[in-house]
Design a protein around this ligand. Structure first.
Ligand code: SAT
Ligand code: MN
Length: 625
Protein backbone atom coordinates (compact mmCIF):
# COMPACT_ATOMS: atom_id res chain seq x y z
CA UNK A 1 0.00 0.00 0.00
CA UNK A 2 3.08 2.18 0.14
CA UNK A 3 3.85 2.58 -3.54
CA UNK A 4 7.48 3.45 -4.17
CA UNK A 5 6.34 6.32 -6.39
CA UNK A 6 4.60 7.97 -3.46
CA UNK A 7 5.71 11.57 -2.99
CA UNK A 8 7.31 12.67 0.23
CA UNK A 9 9.53 15.50 1.28
CA UNK A 10 13.10 14.40 0.82
CA UNK A 11 15.68 15.75 3.25
CA UNK A 12 19.37 16.28 2.63
CA UNK A 13 21.53 14.13 4.91
CA UNK A 14 22.89 17.28 6.55
CA UNK A 15 19.34 18.01 7.76
CA UNK A 16 18.85 14.62 9.42
CA UNK A 17 19.61 14.86 13.15
CA UNK A 18 22.36 12.62 14.52
CA UNK A 19 22.52 11.11 18.00
CA UNK A 20 25.45 9.31 19.61
CA UNK A 21 29.11 9.50 18.81
CA UNK A 22 29.88 9.81 15.11
CA UNK A 23 32.53 7.18 14.22
CA UNK A 24 36.06 8.37 13.57
CA UNK A 25 36.12 6.12 10.54
CA UNK A 26 35.09 7.94 7.39
CA UNK A 27 34.19 4.74 5.52
CA UNK A 28 31.41 4.07 8.04
CA UNK A 29 30.10 7.64 8.00
CA UNK A 30 30.10 7.75 4.20
CA UNK A 31 28.17 4.52 3.90
CA UNK A 32 25.70 5.48 6.64
CA UNK A 33 25.04 8.81 4.95
CA UNK A 34 24.44 7.12 1.62
CA UNK A 35 21.89 4.80 3.23
CA UNK A 36 20.25 7.69 5.08
CA UNK A 37 19.88 9.64 1.89
CA UNK A 38 18.06 6.72 0.31
CA UNK A 39 15.95 5.60 3.30
CA UNK A 40 15.21 9.07 4.78
CA UNK A 41 15.06 8.20 8.51
CA UNK A 42 13.75 10.64 11.14
CA UNK A 43 17.19 10.54 12.75
CA UNK A 44 20.48 8.65 12.76
CA UNK A 45 21.54 7.01 16.01
CA UNK A 46 25.06 5.63 16.50
CA UNK A 47 24.86 2.75 19.03
CA UNK A 48 27.44 2.31 21.80
CA UNK A 49 26.19 -1.08 23.03
CA UNK A 50 26.02 0.13 26.66
CA UNK A 51 23.61 -1.02 29.36
CA UNK A 52 22.16 2.49 29.48
CA UNK A 53 21.38 2.19 25.79
CA UNK A 54 19.71 -1.17 26.44
CA UNK A 55 17.43 0.39 29.10
CA UNK A 56 16.57 3.36 26.92
CA UNK A 57 15.64 1.17 23.94
CA UNK A 58 13.65 -1.23 26.14
CA UNK A 59 11.59 1.74 27.30
CA UNK A 60 11.04 2.89 23.72
CA UNK A 61 9.99 -0.60 22.63
CA UNK A 62 7.66 -0.87 25.59
CA UNK A 63 6.01 2.42 24.66
CA UNK A 64 5.48 1.29 21.06
CA UNK A 65 3.99 -1.99 22.31
CA UNK A 66 6.68 -4.12 20.67
CA UNK A 67 7.90 -5.64 23.93
CA UNK A 68 6.63 -6.34 27.41
CA UNK A 69 9.04 -6.08 30.34
CA UNK A 70 8.94 -9.31 32.29
CA UNK A 71 8.58 -9.39 36.04
CA UNK A 72 12.13 -9.11 37.44
CA UNK A 73 11.44 -11.68 40.14
CA UNK A 74 10.32 -14.18 37.47
CA UNK A 75 12.99 -13.36 34.88
CA UNK A 76 15.41 -10.51 35.60
CA UNK A 77 16.08 -7.73 33.07
CA UNK A 78 14.25 -9.56 30.29
CA UNK A 79 11.77 -8.63 27.62
CA UNK A 80 9.14 -10.41 25.60
CA UNK A 81 8.10 -9.75 22.01
CA UNK A 82 5.29 -11.08 19.86
CA UNK A 83 5.93 -10.83 16.15
CA UNK A 84 3.42 -10.36 13.41
CA UNK A 85 1.99 -13.90 12.96
CA UNK A 86 3.40 -13.88 9.41
CA UNK A 87 6.93 -12.98 10.48
CA UNK A 88 8.00 -15.96 12.56
CA UNK A 89 10.82 -17.69 10.64
CA UNK A 90 13.45 -17.34 7.97
CA UNK A 91 12.04 -16.84 4.47
CA UNK A 92 14.13 -19.14 2.28
CA UNK A 93 12.01 -18.45 -0.83
CA UNK A 94 12.92 -14.78 -0.55
CA UNK A 95 16.61 -15.32 0.24
CA UNK A 96 18.96 -14.57 -2.65
CA UNK A 97 22.62 -15.00 -3.46
CA UNK A 98 23.24 -12.31 -6.07
CA UNK A 99 26.61 -13.32 -7.43
CA UNK A 100 27.67 -11.75 -10.72
CA UNK A 101 27.35 -15.13 -12.47
CA UNK A 102 24.32 -17.33 -11.90
CA UNK A 103 26.40 -20.48 -11.82
CA UNK A 104 28.27 -19.16 -8.77
CA UNK A 105 25.03 -19.23 -6.76
CA UNK A 106 24.25 -22.76 -7.87
CA UNK A 107 21.13 -24.84 -7.93
CA UNK A 108 20.36 -24.58 -4.22
CA UNK A 109 20.15 -20.79 -3.95
CA UNK A 110 17.76 -18.24 -5.42
CA UNK A 111 19.66 -15.96 -7.75
CA UNK A 112 19.08 -12.67 -9.47
CA UNK A 113 21.48 -10.49 -11.45
CA UNK A 114 22.97 -8.04 -8.88
CA UNK A 115 22.03 -4.81 -10.66
CA UNK A 116 18.49 -6.02 -11.30
CA UNK A 117 18.10 -6.91 -7.62
CA UNK A 118 19.57 -3.59 -6.54
CA UNK A 119 17.06 -1.82 -8.76
CA UNK A 120 14.18 -3.61 -7.08
CA UNK A 121 15.56 -3.04 -3.62
CA UNK A 122 16.46 0.61 -4.13
CA UNK A 123 12.82 1.10 -5.05
CA UNK A 124 11.77 -0.54 -1.79
CA UNK A 125 14.39 1.22 0.33
CA UNK A 126 13.50 4.62 -1.10
CA UNK A 127 12.12 6.52 1.89
CA UNK A 128 11.46 3.26 3.77
CA UNK A 129 12.73 4.58 7.14
CA UNK A 130 10.57 7.72 7.22
CA UNK A 131 9.30 8.38 10.72
CA UNK A 132 11.80 5.89 12.21
CA UNK A 133 15.23 6.03 13.79
CA UNK A 134 18.07 4.54 11.81
CA UNK A 135 20.34 2.70 14.24
CA UNK A 136 24.00 2.12 13.35
CA UNK A 137 25.68 -0.88 14.99
CA UNK A 138 29.40 -1.61 14.62
CA UNK A 139 29.92 -5.30 15.44
CA UNK A 140 32.60 -7.95 15.43
CA UNK A 141 32.14 -11.64 14.67
CA UNK A 142 34.49 -13.61 16.92
CA UNK A 143 36.70 -12.48 19.79
CA UNK A 144 37.95 -8.91 19.64
CA UNK A 145 41.71 -8.68 19.28
CA UNK A 146 42.07 -11.64 16.96
CA UNK A 147 44.59 -11.37 14.16
CA UNK A 148 41.87 -11.66 11.58
CA UNK A 149 38.82 -10.20 13.32
CA UNK A 150 35.81 -9.90 11.03
CA UNK A 151 33.84 -6.68 11.38
CA UNK A 152 30.45 -5.55 10.22
CA UNK A 153 28.25 -2.48 10.51
CA UNK A 154 24.51 -3.07 10.57
CA UNK A 155 22.09 -0.27 9.89
CA UNK A 156 18.53 -1.02 10.95
CA UNK A 157 15.30 0.83 11.69
CA UNK A 158 14.38 -1.64 14.44
CA UNK A 159 15.35 -1.19 18.11
CA UNK A 160 14.47 -4.88 18.66
CA UNK A 161 17.28 -5.68 16.23
CA UNK A 162 19.68 -3.44 18.17
CA UNK A 163 18.95 -5.22 21.45
CA UNK A 164 19.25 -8.64 19.80
CA UNK A 165 22.54 -7.69 18.14
CA UNK A 166 23.88 -6.54 21.53
CA UNK A 167 23.30 -10.09 22.79
CA UNK A 168 24.29 -12.05 19.69
CA UNK A 169 27.47 -10.18 18.70
CA UNK A 170 30.21 -8.03 20.19
CA UNK A 171 28.61 -4.69 19.40
CA UNK A 172 29.21 -1.02 20.17
CA UNK A 173 31.95 1.30 21.32
CA UNK A 174 34.73 -1.21 22.07
CA UNK A 175 34.28 -2.69 18.61
CA UNK A 176 34.27 0.70 16.95
CA UNK A 177 37.48 1.69 18.78
CA UNK A 178 39.15 -1.47 17.47
CA UNK A 179 37.88 -0.76 13.95
CA UNK A 180 39.27 2.76 14.10
CA UNK A 181 42.62 1.46 15.42
CA UNK A 182 42.89 -1.01 12.55
CA UNK A 183 41.27 1.24 9.95
CA UNK A 184 39.27 -1.93 9.45
CA UNK A 185 37.23 -3.10 6.51
CA UNK A 186 33.69 -4.16 7.33
CA UNK A 187 30.70 -5.92 5.81
CA UNK A 188 27.93 -3.33 5.33
CA UNK A 189 24.62 -4.86 6.48
CA UNK A 190 21.49 -2.91 5.60
CA UNK A 191 18.21 -3.85 7.25
CA UNK A 192 14.78 -2.28 7.22
CA UNK A 193 11.45 -3.58 8.45
CA UNK A 194 9.98 -1.91 5.36
CA UNK A 195 7.20 0.08 6.99
CA UNK A 196 7.70 3.83 6.81
CA UNK A 197 5.46 6.01 8.98
CA UNK A 198 3.64 8.99 7.55
CA UNK A 199 3.56 12.11 9.71
CA UNK A 200 1.22 11.39 12.62
CA UNK A 201 0.71 7.74 11.66
CA UNK A 202 0.54 5.40 14.65
CA UNK A 203 3.03 2.54 14.66
CA UNK A 204 2.06 -1.12 15.00
CA UNK A 205 3.68 -3.36 17.65
CA UNK A 206 5.60 -5.40 15.08
CA UNK A 207 6.24 -3.43 11.91
CA UNK A 208 7.17 -5.51 8.87
CA UNK A 209 6.21 -5.79 5.21
CA UNK A 210 4.47 -8.37 3.03
CA UNK A 211 7.36 -7.92 0.63
CA UNK A 212 10.50 -9.52 2.01
CA UNK A 213 13.98 -9.86 0.56
CA UNK A 214 17.10 -11.26 2.23
CA UNK A 215 19.86 -10.54 -0.25
CA UNK A 216 23.59 -11.20 -0.36
CA UNK A 217 26.12 -9.80 -2.80
CA UNK A 218 29.03 -12.20 -2.29
CA UNK A 219 31.58 -10.43 -4.51
CA UNK A 220 30.96 -7.12 -2.74
CA UNK A 221 30.51 -8.82 0.65
CA UNK A 222 27.35 -6.83 1.26
CA UNK A 223 23.96 -7.73 2.77
CA UNK A 224 20.60 -6.08 2.04
CA UNK A 225 17.56 -7.21 4.01
CA UNK A 226 14.06 -5.83 3.74
CA UNK A 227 10.63 -6.44 5.22
CA UNK A 228 11.16 -8.81 8.16
CA UNK A 229 12.07 -8.29 11.81
CA UNK A 230 12.56 -12.00 12.60
CA UNK A 231 15.98 -13.25 13.84
CA UNK A 232 17.62 -14.96 10.90
CA UNK A 233 16.19 -12.35 8.52
CA UNK A 234 17.20 -9.27 10.52
CA UNK A 235 20.16 -10.07 12.81
CA UNK A 236 22.48 -9.86 9.86
CA UNK A 237 25.61 -10.94 11.73
CA UNK A 238 24.18 -14.42 12.10
CA UNK A 239 23.17 -16.51 9.08
CA UNK A 240 23.67 -13.74 6.50
CA UNK A 241 27.21 -12.75 7.48
CA UNK A 242 28.64 -15.57 9.61
CA UNK A 243 27.45 -18.26 7.17
CA UNK A 244 26.48 -16.98 3.70
CA UNK A 245 29.07 -14.21 3.28
CA UNK A 246 31.69 -15.91 5.48
CA UNK A 247 31.45 -19.17 3.51
CA UNK A 248 32.56 -17.16 0.47
CA UNK A 249 35.34 -15.47 2.47
CA UNK A 250 36.41 -18.93 3.66
CA UNK A 251 36.54 -20.29 0.13
CA UNK A 252 38.65 -17.32 -1.01
CA UNK A 253 40.92 -17.28 2.06
CA UNK A 254 41.31 -21.00 2.82
CA UNK A 255 39.06 -21.55 5.82
CA UNK A 256 35.55 -22.80 6.56
CA UNK A 257 32.37 -21.15 7.86
CA UNK A 258 30.02 -23.86 9.04
CA UNK A 259 26.59 -24.35 10.62
CA UNK A 260 28.07 -26.16 13.61
CA UNK A 261 28.02 -26.21 17.39
CA UNK A 262 31.38 -26.50 19.15
CA UNK A 263 31.82 -28.46 22.36
CA UNK A 264 34.68 -29.65 24.52
CA UNK A 265 34.37 -33.21 25.84
CA UNK A 266 36.51 -34.26 28.79
CA UNK A 267 37.00 -37.95 29.51
CA UNK A 268 37.23 -39.48 33.00
CA UNK A 269 41.02 -39.60 32.46
CA UNK A 270 40.94 -35.81 32.02
CA UNK A 271 41.75 -35.83 28.31
CA UNK A 272 39.98 -33.10 26.31
CA UNK A 273 38.52 -33.45 22.81
CA UNK A 274 36.80 -30.84 20.69
CA UNK A 275 33.78 -31.70 18.59
CA UNK A 276 32.06 -29.61 15.93
CA UNK A 277 28.62 -30.81 14.87
CA UNK A 278 26.33 -29.77 12.02
CA UNK A 279 22.58 -30.30 12.20
CA UNK A 280 19.81 -28.45 10.38
CA UNK A 281 17.93 -25.73 12.30
CA UNK A 282 15.80 -27.02 15.18
CA UNK A 283 17.41 -30.50 15.28
CA UNK A 284 19.06 -30.20 18.69
CA UNK A 285 22.35 -28.35 18.20
CA UNK A 286 21.78 -26.25 21.30
CA UNK A 287 20.95 -29.34 23.35
CA UNK A 288 24.06 -31.22 22.23
CA UNK A 289 26.24 -28.14 22.74
CA UNK A 290 25.24 -27.99 26.43
CA UNK A 291 24.89 -31.69 27.01
CA UNK A 292 24.96 -33.05 30.54
CA UNK A 293 26.48 -36.54 30.18
CA UNK A 294 24.57 -39.38 31.80
CA UNK A 295 27.70 -41.52 31.99
CA UNK A 296 29.93 -41.10 35.01
CA UNK A 297 33.15 -39.13 34.80
CA UNK A 298 32.51 -37.42 31.47
CA UNK A 299 32.17 -33.63 31.23
CA UNK A 300 31.04 -31.25 28.52
CA UNK A 301 31.88 -27.58 28.10
CA UNK A 302 30.19 -25.33 25.54
CA UNK A 303 31.87 -23.11 22.97
CA UNK A 304 29.00 -22.45 20.59
CA UNK A 305 25.60 -23.75 19.54
CA UNK A 306 25.14 -22.64 15.93
CA UNK A 307 28.14 -21.42 13.95
CA UNK A 308 31.80 -22.46 13.74
CA UNK A 309 34.58 -20.78 11.81
CA UNK A 310 37.43 -23.23 11.29
CA UNK A 311 40.87 -22.11 10.19
CA UNK A 312 44.06 -24.14 9.74
CA UNK A 313 46.41 -23.61 12.69
CA UNK A 314 50.23 -23.55 12.65
CA UNK A 315 50.29 -27.33 13.27
CA UNK A 316 48.05 -28.02 10.26
CA UNK A 317 44.97 -28.92 12.29
CA UNK A 318 41.62 -27.12 12.09
CA UNK A 319 40.95 -24.59 14.86
CA UNK A 320 37.40 -23.44 15.51
CA UNK A 321 35.96 -20.26 16.97
CA UNK A 322 32.35 -19.36 17.57
CA UNK A 323 31.80 -15.99 15.87
CA UNK A 324 28.68 -15.28 17.93
CA UNK A 325 28.27 -13.95 21.47
CA UNK A 326 24.86 -15.31 22.44
CA UNK A 327 22.33 -18.07 21.96
CA UNK A 328 19.30 -17.71 19.72
CA UNK A 329 17.74 -21.02 20.70
CA UNK A 330 14.44 -22.71 19.93
CA UNK A 331 12.42 -22.44 23.16
CA UNK A 332 9.90 -25.31 22.87
CA UNK A 333 11.41 -28.56 24.08
CA UNK A 334 13.98 -26.74 26.22
CA UNK A 335 13.53 -27.61 29.88
CA UNK A 336 15.24 -28.89 33.00
CA UNK A 337 14.88 -32.46 31.72
CA UNK A 338 16.20 -31.90 28.20
CA UNK A 339 18.71 -29.07 28.56
CA UNK A 340 19.31 -28.04 32.17
CA UNK A 341 22.31 -25.91 31.21
CA UNK A 342 20.22 -23.84 28.80
CA UNK A 343 17.69 -23.27 31.59
CA UNK A 344 20.48 -22.20 33.96
CA UNK A 345 21.73 -19.81 31.28
CA UNK A 346 18.29 -18.32 30.70
CA UNK A 347 17.34 -18.07 34.36
CA UNK A 348 20.09 -15.54 34.97
CA UNK A 349 18.04 -13.06 32.97
CA UNK A 350 19.01 -10.50 30.30
CA UNK A 351 16.91 -12.34 27.70
CA UNK A 352 14.82 -11.39 24.74
CA UNK A 353 12.02 -13.91 24.30
CA UNK A 354 10.10 -13.99 21.06
CA UNK A 355 6.76 -15.72 20.42
CA UNK A 356 6.78 -17.84 23.58
CA UNK A 357 3.80 -17.68 25.98
CA UNK A 358 3.38 -15.29 28.88
CA UNK A 359 2.43 -16.41 32.40
CA UNK A 360 -0.02 -14.55 34.62
CA UNK A 361 2.92 -13.52 36.84
CA UNK A 362 4.89 -11.79 34.09
CA UNK A 363 7.12 -14.76 33.35
CA UNK A 364 7.46 -16.92 30.25
CA UNK A 365 6.50 -20.48 29.39
CA UNK A 366 6.73 -22.78 26.42
CA UNK A 367 5.86 -26.38 25.69
CA UNK A 368 8.45 -28.63 27.29
CA UNK A 369 9.72 -26.06 29.79
CA UNK A 370 8.01 -27.82 32.70
CA UNK A 371 6.16 -31.14 32.83
CA UNK A 372 3.14 -29.49 34.41
CA UNK A 373 1.49 -26.81 32.27
CA UNK A 374 0.50 -23.56 33.98
CA UNK A 375 -3.29 -23.36 34.41
CA UNK A 376 -3.51 -20.15 32.40
CA UNK A 377 -1.31 -18.34 29.88
CA UNK A 378 -1.37 -15.67 27.21
CA UNK A 379 -0.32 -17.39 24.01
CA UNK A 380 2.10 -16.15 21.35
CA UNK A 381 -0.74 -14.44 19.54
CA UNK A 382 -1.82 -12.61 22.69
CA UNK A 383 -4.88 -14.77 23.36
CA UNK A 384 -5.98 -16.15 26.70
CA UNK A 385 -4.92 -19.83 26.77
CA UNK A 386 -5.57 -22.86 28.99
CA UNK A 387 -4.16 -26.40 28.76
CA UNK A 388 -7.66 -27.86 28.37
CA UNK A 389 -9.18 -25.41 25.89
CA UNK A 390 -6.16 -24.02 24.08
CA UNK A 391 -6.51 -20.40 22.97
CA UNK A 392 -9.72 -18.46 23.27
CA UNK A 393 -11.49 -18.87 19.95
CA UNK A 394 -8.89 -21.38 18.73
CA UNK A 395 -8.50 -25.16 18.69
CA UNK A 396 -7.71 -27.07 21.90
CA UNK A 397 -4.56 -28.57 20.38
CA UNK A 398 -3.01 -25.20 19.52
CA UNK A 399 0.28 -24.69 21.33
CA UNK A 400 0.83 -21.71 23.62
CA UNK A 401 4.27 -20.97 22.15
CA UNK A 402 5.05 -20.88 18.44
CA UNK A 403 7.16 -23.95 17.47
CA UNK A 404 9.93 -21.58 16.30
CA UNK A 405 9.72 -19.30 19.34
CA UNK A 406 13.13 -18.29 20.64
CA UNK A 407 15.21 -17.25 23.60
CA UNK A 408 18.04 -14.82 22.93
CA UNK A 409 20.57 -14.95 25.76
CA UNK A 410 24.18 -13.83 26.39
CA UNK A 411 26.57 -16.77 26.06
CA UNK A 412 28.71 -15.75 29.04
CA UNK A 413 25.81 -16.70 31.30
CA UNK A 414 26.24 -20.35 30.33
CA UNK A 415 27.52 -22.15 33.44
CA UNK A 416 29.56 -24.61 31.36
CA UNK A 417 31.06 -22.10 28.92
CA UNK A 418 34.62 -23.15 28.04
CA UNK A 419 37.37 -20.76 29.11
CA UNK A 420 38.54 -20.89 25.48
CA UNK A 421 35.40 -19.14 24.26
CA UNK A 422 37.20 -15.80 23.95
CA UNK A 423 40.45 -17.26 22.65
CA UNK A 424 40.95 -15.87 19.14
CA UNK A 425 43.16 -18.88 18.29
CA UNK A 426 40.17 -21.20 18.68
CA UNK A 427 40.22 -24.86 19.68
CA UNK A 428 41.62 -27.83 17.70
CA UNK A 429 38.79 -29.94 16.29
CA UNK A 430 39.13 -33.72 16.73
CA UNK A 431 35.72 -34.79 15.47
CA UNK A 432 33.16 -33.45 13.03
CA UNK A 433 29.63 -34.79 13.39
CA UNK A 434 26.91 -34.54 10.77
CA UNK A 435 23.31 -35.28 11.56
CA UNK A 436 19.72 -34.86 10.58
CA UNK A 437 16.23 -35.89 11.49
CA UNK A 438 15.47 -39.24 9.83
CA UNK A 439 12.92 -41.75 11.06
CA UNK A 440 14.63 -44.61 9.28
CA UNK A 441 17.68 -45.70 7.26
CA UNK A 442 20.39 -43.66 9.02
CA UNK A 443 21.93 -45.56 11.96
CA UNK A 444 22.38 -43.92 15.36
CA UNK A 445 26.09 -43.42 14.60
CA UNK A 446 28.39 -44.22 11.67
CA UNK A 447 32.09 -43.48 11.34
CA UNK A 448 33.48 -42.46 7.96
CA UNK A 449 36.33 -44.43 6.40
CA UNK A 450 38.40 -41.33 5.61
CA UNK A 451 38.07 -37.59 4.91
CA UNK A 452 36.60 -38.04 1.42
CA UNK A 453 34.01 -40.46 2.75
CA UNK A 454 33.31 -38.00 5.56
CA UNK A 455 32.71 -35.24 3.02
CA UNK A 456 30.39 -37.63 1.17
CA UNK A 457 28.44 -38.18 4.40
CA UNK A 458 28.05 -34.43 4.85
CA UNK A 459 27.17 -33.96 1.19
CA UNK A 460 24.33 -36.47 1.37
CA UNK A 461 23.02 -35.40 4.78
CA UNK A 462 19.25 -35.21 4.88
CA UNK A 463 16.58 -34.18 7.30
CA UNK A 464 12.86 -33.85 7.72
CA UNK A 465 12.07 -30.10 7.71
CA UNK A 466 11.25 -28.16 10.90
CA UNK A 467 9.47 -24.93 11.85
CA UNK A 468 12.70 -22.90 11.68
CA UNK A 469 11.90 -21.98 8.09
CA UNK A 470 8.60 -20.98 6.53
CA UNK A 471 7.06 -23.91 4.64
CA UNK A 472 5.88 -27.48 5.20
CA UNK A 473 7.22 -29.37 8.22
CA UNK A 474 8.37 -33.01 8.05
CA UNK A 475 9.35 -33.14 4.38
CA UNK A 476 12.58 -35.04 3.60
CA UNK A 477 15.20 -32.83 2.03
CA UNK A 478 18.94 -33.11 1.40
CA UNK A 479 20.82 -30.63 3.53
CA UNK A 480 24.56 -30.82 2.81
CA UNK A 481 26.52 -30.12 5.99
CA UNK A 482 23.25 -28.53 7.25
CA UNK A 483 24.24 -25.61 5.00
CA UNK A 484 21.49 -25.85 2.35
CA UNK A 485 19.90 -22.50 3.27
CA UNK A 486 23.23 -20.93 4.31
CA UNK A 487 25.85 -21.62 1.66
CA UNK A 488 26.80 -18.37 -0.10
CA UNK A 489 27.99 -20.01 -3.31
CA UNK A 490 27.53 -23.07 -5.54
CA UNK A 491 27.12 -26.09 -3.31
CA UNK A 492 29.26 -28.17 -5.70
CA UNK A 493 32.12 -25.69 -5.31
CA UNK A 494 31.50 -25.75 -1.58
CA UNK A 495 31.94 -29.53 -1.44
CA UNK A 496 35.09 -29.18 -3.55
CA UNK A 497 36.36 -26.67 -0.98
CA UNK A 498 35.85 -29.30 1.74
CA UNK A 499 37.86 -31.81 -0.30
CA UNK A 500 40.56 -29.20 -1.00
CA UNK A 501 40.91 -28.40 2.70
CA UNK A 502 41.54 -32.10 3.38
CA UNK A 503 44.05 -32.36 0.55
CA UNK A 504 45.91 -29.25 1.73
CA UNK A 505 46.00 -30.02 5.45
CA UNK A 506 46.52 -33.78 5.04
CA UNK A 507 44.31 -36.66 6.16
CA UNK A 508 46.14 -37.02 9.49
CA UNK A 509 45.39 -33.41 10.46
CA UNK A 510 41.72 -33.46 9.60
CA UNK A 511 39.00 -34.27 12.14
CA UNK A 512 37.40 -37.73 12.03
CA UNK A 513 33.90 -37.53 10.61
CA UNK A 514 30.88 -39.29 12.13
CA UNK A 515 27.24 -39.26 11.05
CA UNK A 516 24.50 -39.45 13.69
CA UNK A 517 20.73 -39.74 13.77
CA UNK A 518 19.00 -39.29 17.13
CA UNK A 519 15.58 -39.49 15.51
CA UNK A 520 15.19 -43.06 14.27
CA UNK A 521 11.74 -44.49 14.99
CA UNK A 522 10.31 -47.94 15.64
CA UNK A 523 7.70 -49.54 13.39
CA UNK A 524 5.16 -48.11 15.85
CA UNK A 525 6.47 -44.60 15.23
CA UNK A 526 8.23 -44.18 18.58
CA UNK A 527 11.69 -42.64 18.95
CA UNK A 528 14.12 -45.49 19.63
CA UNK A 529 16.92 -43.51 21.20
CA UNK A 530 16.32 -41.37 24.32
CA UNK A 531 18.68 -38.63 23.09
CA UNK A 532 19.65 -35.54 25.12
CA UNK A 533 22.12 -36.40 27.94
CA UNK A 534 22.32 -40.00 26.72
CA UNK A 535 23.88 -38.79 23.49
CA UNK A 536 27.06 -38.69 25.62
CA UNK A 537 27.12 -42.47 25.16
CA UNK A 538 27.47 -41.99 21.43
CA UNK A 539 30.20 -39.36 21.91
CA UNK A 540 32.03 -41.81 24.18
CA UNK A 541 31.95 -44.46 21.43
CA UNK A 542 33.45 -41.92 19.02
CA UNK A 543 36.31 -41.24 21.46
CA UNK A 544 36.79 -45.00 21.96
CA UNK A 545 37.15 -45.31 18.19
CA UNK A 546 39.67 -42.45 18.08
CA UNK A 547 41.66 -44.07 20.88
CA UNK A 548 41.47 -47.51 19.25
CA UNK A 549 39.63 -48.95 22.25
CA UNK A 550 36.81 -50.48 20.19
CA UNK A 551 36.80 -52.21 16.81
CA UNK A 552 33.39 -51.21 15.47
CA UNK A 553 31.59 -53.11 12.76
CA UNK A 554 32.14 -52.48 9.06
CA UNK A 555 29.05 -51.90 6.92
CA UNK A 556 28.65 -50.67 3.33
CA UNK A 557 28.03 -47.17 4.67
CA UNK A 558 30.79 -46.96 7.29
CA UNK A 559 31.67 -48.30 10.72
CA UNK A 560 28.91 -48.68 13.31
CA UNK A 561 29.18 -49.86 16.93
CA UNK A 562 29.65 -53.62 17.25
CA UNK A 563 27.46 -55.40 19.75
CA UNK A 564 28.23 -54.34 23.30
CA UNK A 565 30.44 -51.41 22.33
CA UNK A 566 27.92 -48.69 23.07
CA UNK A 567 27.91 -48.01 26.80
CA UNK A 568 24.28 -48.51 27.84
CA UNK A 569 24.84 -49.08 31.53
CA UNK A 570 22.00 -47.46 33.45
CA UNK A 571 20.25 -46.42 30.25
CA UNK A 572 17.19 -48.49 31.03
CA UNK A 573 16.37 -49.58 27.49
CA UNK A 574 16.72 -53.06 26.03
CA UNK A 575 19.73 -54.17 24.05
CA UNK A 576 17.22 -55.11 21.31
CA UNK A 577 16.08 -51.49 21.01
CA UNK A 578 19.67 -50.30 20.95
CA UNK A 579 20.39 -52.80 18.18
CA UNK A 580 17.39 -51.56 16.23
CA UNK A 581 18.53 -47.97 16.26
CA UNK A 582 22.21 -48.69 15.60
CA UNK A 583 21.85 -51.23 12.80
CA UNK A 584 22.46 -50.97 9.10
CA UNK A 585 19.39 -52.14 7.14
CA UNK A 586 20.23 -53.19 3.59
CA UNK A 587 16.78 -52.73 2.06
CA UNK A 588 16.44 -49.24 3.53
CA UNK A 589 19.74 -48.31 1.90
CA UNK A 590 18.64 -49.91 -1.38
CA UNK A 591 15.72 -47.45 -1.24
CA UNK A 592 18.05 -44.59 -0.36
CA UNK A 593 20.40 -45.10 -3.33
CA UNK A 594 18.16 -43.67 -6.07
CA UNK A 595 17.47 -40.66 -3.83
CA UNK A 596 21.21 -40.09 -3.45
CA UNK A 597 21.74 -40.49 -7.20
CA UNK A 598 18.98 -38.02 -7.86
CA UNK A 599 20.50 -35.52 -5.43
CA UNK A 600 23.95 -35.77 -7.02
CA UNK A 601 22.52 -35.41 -10.53
CA UNK A 602 21.38 -31.91 -9.63
CA UNK A 603 25.03 -30.82 -9.27
CA UNK A 604 25.73 -31.40 -12.97
CA UNK A 605 29.39 -30.93 -13.90
CA UNK A 606 30.01 -29.28 -10.52
CA UNK A 607 29.79 -32.58 -8.65
CA UNK A 608 33.33 -33.26 -7.39
CA UNK A 609 34.57 -36.52 -8.94
CA UNK A 610 35.71 -38.05 -5.63
CA UNK A 611 32.16 -37.78 -4.31
CA UNK A 612 30.74 -39.54 -7.35
CA UNK A 613 33.36 -42.19 -6.59
CA UNK A 614 32.14 -42.50 -3.00
CA UNK A 615 28.58 -43.01 -4.22
CA UNK A 616 29.83 -45.76 -6.53
CA UNK A 617 31.51 -47.46 -3.59
CA UNK A 618 28.40 -47.30 -1.44
CA UNK A 619 26.22 -48.50 -4.32
CA UNK A 620 28.49 -51.46 -5.02
CA UNK A 621 28.75 -52.41 -1.36
CA UNK A 622 25.00 -52.12 -0.71
CA UNK A 623 24.22 -54.20 -3.80
CA UNK A 624 26.83 -56.82 -2.93
CA UNK A 625 25.12 -57.52 0.39
O1 SAT B 1 17.76 -18.38 11.20
S1 SAT B 1 17.73 -18.19 12.64
O2 SAT B 1 19.01 -17.69 13.06
O3 SAT B 1 16.69 -17.27 13.00
C1 SAT B 1 17.46 -19.66 13.42
C2 SAT B 1 17.73 -20.85 12.62
O4 SAT B 1 17.00 -21.14 11.69
O5 SAT B 1 18.70 -21.58 12.94
MN1 MN C 1 21.09 -22.52 12.98
Amino acid sequence: DDAPSEQFERRAVADIPVEGEVPALQSIVDWVNKVAEMTQPEKIYYCDGSDEEWSKLVDLLEQSGTVIKLNDSEMPNSIYARTDPDDVARVEDQTFICSVKEEDAGPTNNWMEPEEMKGIMRGLYDGCMRGRTMYVMPFCMGPLGGEDAKFGVEVSDSAYVVLSMKIMTRMGKSVLDEMVRLNAEFVPCLHSVGMPLKPGQKDVPWPCSDIKYIVHFPEERTIWSYGSGYGGNSLLGKKCYALRIASVMGRDEGWMAEHMLILKLISPEGKAYHIAAAFPSACGKTNLAMLEPTIPGWKVETLGDDIAWMRPGPDGRLYAINPENGFFGVAPGTGAATNPNAMRTIEQGNNIFTNVALTDHGGVWWEGMTAVKPPHLTDWKGRSWTPEEGPEGGRPDEKAAHPNSRFCTPIDQCPILSEDFNNPQGVPIDIIVFGGRRENTIPLVTQSRDWTHGVFMGATCSSETTAAAKGAVGVLRRDPMAMLPFCGYHVGDYLQHWLDMGAKQGEENMPTVFYVNWFRKSAEGKFLWPGFGDNSRVLKWMIDRLEGKVQGQETPVGVIPAEGELDIEGLGIDQAVVDECTRYVAHEWADELPRLENWFEGFGHKLPKPLAGELDKVRDAVKAQ
